[in-house]
Design a protein around this ligand. Sequence first.
Ligand SMILES: Cc1cc2nc3c(=O)[nH]c(=O)nc-3n(C[C@H](O)[C@H](O)[C@H](O)COP(=O)(O)O)c2cc1C
Length: 144
Amino acid sequence: MPKVVIVYLSTSGNTKAMADAIAEGVRSRNVEALAVNFHEADIEDLRSADAIAIGSSTFYYKMLPPMEKFIENLAREDVKEKIGAAFGSYGWSGEAPVMIAEKMREIGMKVIDPVLRIQYTPTDKDLEECKRLGKDIAIRLKAK
Ligand SMILES: Cc1cc2nc3c(=O)[nH]c(=O)nc-3n(C[C@H](O)[C@H](O)[C@H](O)COP(=O)(O)O)c2cc1C
């Protein structure tokens, strides 16, 4: 069964809430999903994943350095041809998800457009959008 791994960096839980809702959306299409904090992400899970979604909130107009490092490490793996998605909560400028999508493309992933950005704490409507993204990822995997 295809597997989607959703990795996030979230300082106060906003991006985590998005990640959990994306996972719920994936599972609603009967595809296995795992949402995990970036420093608990298991490289084996990422290697075996068919799709990887990466989320980070924006700090000082970019993603936080540990997430940048995480993506650099991911680039050493064979992630080419995997489906990618980028998301994150933000306050006023929201660069991080855009930068994540750029980096994912640089390492050869097929990134879903557009990135998903939610301002501050996701509302119920925002969480529905996150679930929608999860469903889209699952549908693309099945079409592969
Ligand atoms: C010190 C600090 C710097 C921030 N810098 C930015 C920024 O440059 N651009 C932006 O859009 N949001 C910025 N934010 C807002 C966060 O991205 C926002 O609070 C987000 O919801 C946090 O999500 P998280 O709980 O997933 O980390 C900043 C927040 C803090 C506390």
